[in-house]
Write a protein that binds this ligand. Structure first.
Ligand SMILES: [Zn+2]
Ligand SMILES: [Zn+2]
Length: 196
């Protein structure tokens, strides 16, 4: 059977040192680089961002229970003004990794419960679910972000209170139509005698 996981991946936990006796415990604290795919359209944890894992591996009858937290920086873009938002996120994880040939393994569906593969538990799918679930779908730089002027793209914070694109003076309208008639500058062409 081919390996369903990569034992060298930083999010794969080796449980070999954990005695297979219910109640036995082991603490794991490590910083790992974020893998690909920890994100949504406007918010995410870029690949390589350090994730601090504080985990407890516990032997239970059916397998290894992994409980703990993962803390990381999150980079988002305000959904209204596109300003970058630099934030932090801590998520909790609690997953059972069933022993192959345990009752849980025999009775639970493939996608219902994670399995140990040999002595390895792959934390990546569970952590990805927890992170993606916790990310804001509509991040805002602040609750009352006023966004951008749809005409010029200026941030309302930076524009004067009376900012407006309404041109009431007819002379401006006349100038606008003149400007729109100006042809674009011709493209520079290379003259044949420039070349040697
Ligand atoms: Zn904003
Ligand atoms: Zn404007």
């Amino acid at each position: 059977m081919p390996s369903p996981l990569d034992p060298r991946s930083p999010l794969v936990l080796n449980t070999r040192e954990l005695p297979r006796r219910p109640g036995a415990m082991r603490e794991v604290e490590r910083t790992v680089p974020a893998p690909e795919g920890f994100g949504l359209a406007l918010s995410g944890v870029p690949a390589g961002t350090p994730i601090l894992l504080r985990l407890r591996l516990e032997s239970v009858t059916e397998g290894v229970l992994v409980t703990g937290t993962a803390a990381m920086r999150v980079f988002s873009e305000c959904g209204r003004c596109l300003r970058p938002i630099d934030d932090t996120l801590e998520v909790s994880v609690q997953e059972l990794y069933a022993y192959p040939d345990s009752t849980t393994d025999a009775t639970a569906d493939e996608n219902e419960v994670y399995r140990l593969w040999e002595d390895y538990a792959d934390l990546e799918p569970a952590l990805r679910d927890a992170v993606v679930f916790a990310l804001p779908a509509q991040p805002l730089c602040r609750e009352d972000c006023p966004g951008l002027c749809p005409e010029c793209g200026g941030h309302w914070d930076d524009l004067p209170a009376d900012h407006s694109h309404q041109r009431l003076d007819p002379r401006w309208a006349a100038l606008d139509s003149l400007l729109s008639d100006v042809p674009a500058a011709p493209e520079k062409t290379t003259r044949a005698d420039d070349q040697e």
